[in-house]
Design a protein around this ligand. Structure first.
Ligand code: DSN
Length: 415
């Protein structure tokens, strides 16, 4: 990436960015929610569209001079509609939590009852955790994954829904590795007259790439971030049935947000354009193959994987099966140049800051071009590092091997 002007004007910031660039080049990213965007997405993000204010929507803005901005927002909307088969799309949400806040604002009043998956069972903070606005403003009741299978038991969800009669049911998760039965959620909601809300932030790219089921034609409303498997800029969108369009748009602006970030809208349009190409389906397929390969490698080495495997881009591993914790594993792997995120496991006996699990994801390494052969190699390094966590010599030599692999598979956006 060329930072010529930044280098001349502000060396302090330039040096920090270059250090991070080197880290991204030399280390493997296995955080399930991260990815590497293309140069084209970055160029759109770095464009002069950042100079504009455009509160409102295409054709109806609160500032002059927005005819051209309207073109980019309409293009992003049309591409997202095509990608997800959506009736209505709002491309202005700044990120995942603000998007979810807008969804709740559109459909609920403070105090209304909502049903969401518990955070330590794979849900998200914004799905009703008590420290989050969602849990503070709304009356969330929570469902769990089955303690034996690690999967969502739809009969249990039905029982809770029938008993609690929530106004909204939330599905779509941050640390759940299985396909979601969208239609069954909708059927339950229909029985009790609830709205259905899917947060597909994690799997949006796999859905766009037609490797996982799409809730958009089924659910009332769906949010997703654009920067995870979808491989776009940091941001989010909301998709809904046409009948909900007005209330969603009103909730995003003026309800939750001010001016949209037009340079990010342009980058979203670029990312949706990329995801509409046939190559993206291949990419999505490879992410899942890599994730399944990783799960198999761990299982063969005696690691306990929640739900015993994966249908998507992530796996959650119970590290107590290897006499370590999530936090310690995160540190050990940092030492060899692999980034992961610690994670709670269902019914975790340990606290969220030092949970039992680790969440591994394959979207970023798949973007780099790693395939099954390399994933097997990476699983071997991870296991060797955990087994030899006190042996600095072993950790240093694995780190060198990781660096060698990184050289062979450069980050596309950093060429
Ligand atoms: N922080 C994201 C994740 O890692 O899943 C969710 O917001």
């Amino acid at each position: 990436m060329n930072y010529k002007n930044l280098q001349q004007q502000d060396k302090e910031v330039y040096d920090i960015i270059k250090k991070e660039e080197t880290r991204q080049k030399n280390e493997l990213e296995m955080i399930a929610s991260e990815n590497y965007v293309t140069q084209a997405v970055m160029e759109a993000m770095g464009s002069i569209l950042t100079n504009k204010y455009s509160e409102g929507y295409p054709g109806s803005r609160y500032y002059g001079g927005n005819q051209i901005i309207d073109e980019i927002e309409i293009l992003a909307i049309e591409r997202a509609k095509k990608l997800f088969h959506a009736e209505h799309v709002n491309v202005q949400p700044l990120s995942g939590s603000p998007a979810n806040a807008s969804v709740y604002m559109a459909f609920l009043k403070p105090g209304d009852k909502v049903l969401g998956l518990k955070l330590d069972h794979g849900g998200h903070l914004s799905h009703g955790h008590s420290v989050n606005f969602s849990g503070i403003l709304y009356n969330f009741v929570q469902y769990e994954v089955d303690s034996k299978t690690g999967r969502i038991n739809m009969e249990e969800v039905r029982k809770i829904a029938q008993k609690e009669k929530p106004k909204m049911i939330v599905a779509g998760y941050s640390a759940y590795s299985r396909e979601i039965e969208w239609q069954k959620f909708q059927n339950i909601a229909d029985e009790i007259g609830s709205y259905t809300f899917a947060d597909i932030a994690h799997t949006a790219g796999l859905i766009a790439g037609e490797q996982m089921d799409n809730p958009v034609p089924i659910f009332d409303v769906v949010s997703t971030t654009t920067h995870k498997t979808l491989r776009g800029p940091r941001g989010a969108i909301i998709m809904c049935k046409e009948k909900h369009a007005k209330k969603i748009d009103k909730a995003v602006f003026p309800g939750m947000q001010g001016g949209p970030h037009d340079h990010i809208t342009a980058a979203k349009a670029v990312a949706f354009g990329e995801a509409l190409k046939p190559e993206f389906k291949e990419y999505a397929k490879k992410i899942i193959i890599n994730s399944k390969t990783l799960a198999e490698e761990f299982i063969n080495r005696g690691y306990r994987i929640i739900s015993d495997g994966t249908d998507n881009h992530l796996i959650v591993v119970d590290m107590t099966s290897k006499n370590t914790s999530g936090k310690e594993t995160e540190k050990i792997l940092e030492r060899i140049g692999i980034s992961v995120s610690r994670s709670t496991i269902p019914n975790d006996p340990n606290p969220p800051m030092n949970p039992s699990g680790v969440r591994f994801g394959t979207p970023a390494i798949t973007t780099r071009g790693l395939g099954e052969k390399e994933v097997k190699q990476v699983a071997g390094w991870i296991d060797a590092a955990i087994t030899n966590k006190e042996d600095i010599g072993v950790l240093n030599s694995i780190k060198k091997e990781v660096e060698e692999m990184c050289k062979k598979f450069p980050v596309p956006g950093l060429l």
